[in-house]
Design a protein around this ligand. Structure first.
Ligand code: AMP
Ligand code: MG
Length: 489
């Protein structure tokens, strides 16, 4: 039996009627080679821990095994608020689905594999820069405990790809339980293909939300699940300072996973109005707009579901979004602050510190990490970050008084040591800072992936100390602040 035959590879998406996709072969890049391979993810899928040329040929498209059946998905979506019917996998292909050792089924998708019928004016390619950024960030968010697609591998090449300048062509192997986006539903709705719309919903329920199949209206149940998952994802982004940058409905996974990484950025200094995408002139996708845009996108999805669900029921479901997001955010931010239980003044305490962080442009990640170390460091490490000593000292006094009320469900008081210990498990020392990503990209473009591997390794355990990589935990130097990121990828 060949190696490929031993894997559990299926093609359930390909069972949809042909209007859902176009079958097409990848166009390999020149002189492909491995840039990275995600050993632990590969192991969980029964793939070799060390990738060889057979795997390279298979994933790069040079020699596709019969177990893969590449296809480009058709979808549409609202881009910056405007409906675009002409979207689809313009540079990506679904190779099939693979079932891991726990029985979970993942799409195997390659991004940067050449033109498809949905490429429009594009070249079907992805550059090494954006491929490295997606690889590092999706794995970093996974390690932080956030919902995200995963990166199985990165293939680099000698093919030049032209953006603002000539760059290196590369491919990402992306894994996720589904690549179905809000825009898939919009496509079938706006083209009036209502039996396809229903079929899509039936399969999303069967594959991803089987728990709603006995709901009075399973389609409404599905929508409620999507709302809940989207709210959880955006609460995670807000609590961890992640700005996605291009929250178009074609970049919204129905599973509420961080998806289609483009000009994203983690906040360095805390700036609620931060716009990471320099192509976003209006600030539509600014950091503090994300919760509202989540609702906008869910409303666009609701509209596409009107043939399946009563409008009033969809509206009622949408009404739950804000509360779900606030609950999830409150849970995450109280955990980051080490506040157990939910007391009346907690939201004020949180609001006050965010106001101080914004007023003084304090590094968001460093602040929380220092606050998590009050058992081993003096409070100067926190107060020393601020210039308004009166404000921070008064906040800290209130905060520590509140912490004294921290109690287990049993009523026993939680010590400062134990609070801080638990806070260090949820407040990362390391995030993917934009300037760090740029440094490893610069080296990788010269053929040296060692800094990339080092950074990827540290980001796998972002809550650990990694004393030898102290520099990665520091806020950016002046040259590394506010780096220009655009949709170009
Ligand atoms: P994105 O902005 O990456 O979410 O992509 C929006 C749409 O443009 C999707 O339909 C993509 O498949 C397509 N697209 C983006 N970049 C390219 C490219 N270089 N070549 C072809 N299609 C692309
Ligand atoms: Mg996209």
């Amino acid at each position: 039996m060949s190696f490929w035959q031993q894997l559990k590879i299926s093609h359930r998406y390909a069972q949809f009627p042909p209007s859902f996709y176009t079958k097409i072969q990848p166009e390999p890049l020149e002189q492909c080679r491995w840039g990275s391979w995600n050993t632990s993810l590969a192991r969980s899928l029964g793939l070799p821990e060390t990738p060889d040329d057979t795997l390279l040929d298979a994933f790069s498209g040079a020699d596709i095994p019969p177990q893969f059946d590449p296809l480009a998905m058709k979808y549409a979506g609202h881009q910056f608020g405007v409906y675009n019917p002409d979207l689809g996998d313009g540079r990506g292909l679904l190779l099939g689905e693979i079932t891991d050792q726990q029985g979970r089924c993942f799409d195997i998708h390659i991004k940067g594999s050449g033109r498809t019928p949905y490429s429009r004016m594009g070249d079907g390619r992805a550059v090494l820069r954006s491929t490295i950024r997606e690889y590092l960030c999706s794995e970093a968010i996974h390690a932080l405990g956030g919902p995200t697609t995963r990166a199985l591998g990165l293939i680099t090449s000698d093919s030049p790809v032209f953006r603002e300048r000539a760059e290196t062509g590369a491919m990402l192997i992306r894994l996720t339980e589904t690549h179905i986006r809000f825009g898939h539903f919009e496509h079938f709705f706006y083209t009036g293909q209502l039996s396809e719309l229903r079929l899509l919903a039936d399969k999303v329920i069967a594959w991803h939300f089987p728990q709603v199949s006995d709901h009075e209206n399973a389609y409404l149940g599905m929508f409620e699940q999507i709302i809940a998952k989207t709210a959880e994802m955006i609460a995670f982004w807000q609590a961890y300072g992640f700005a996605h940058g291009v929250m178009n409905t074609d970049n919204m996974s129905v599973l509420g996973q961080t998806f289609d990484y483009g000009p994203f950025s983690f906040l360095d200094d805390y700036d609620p109005h931060f716009i990471c995408n320099h192509s976003d002139y209006q600030g539509r996708y600014a950091f503090d707009m994300q919760p509202g845009i989540g609702l906008w996108n869910l409303t666009a999805l609701a509209h596409a579901l009107t043939p399946l669900v009563d409008k009033a029921a969809l509206e009622q479901a949408l009404d739950q979004y804000e509360a779900l997001l606030n609950q999830a955010y409150s849970r995450l931010i109280r955990r980051r602050l080490g506040l157990y239980g939910q007391l009346e003044d907690d939201s004020e305490l949180c609001h006050d510190i965010l106001g101080l962080l914004a007023a003084e442009k304090i590094d968001y990640t460093v602040f929380f990490r220092h606050l998590s170390s009050l058992d081993i460091s003096s409070s100067d490490t926190v107060t020393g970050l601020f210039s308004d000593q009166l404000a921070i000292t008064s906040w800290l006094t209130n905060y520590l008084r509140r912490c004294e009320m921290n109690a287990e469900d049993t009523g026993s008081i939680i010590s400062a040591a134990s609070r801080c210990e638990q806070m260090r498990q949820v407040n990362p020392k390391f995030i993917l800072r934009t300037y760090l990503a740029q440094q490893v990209i610069d080296a990788a473009e010269q053929g040296d992936f060692s800094a990339f591997h080092q950074l990827a390794e540290v980001l796998k355990s972002p809550f650990d100390e990694h004393a030898e990589f102290e520099d990665y935990a520091k806020p950016p130097p002046d040259w590394g602040k506010g780096m220009v990121l655009t949709c170009s990828s």
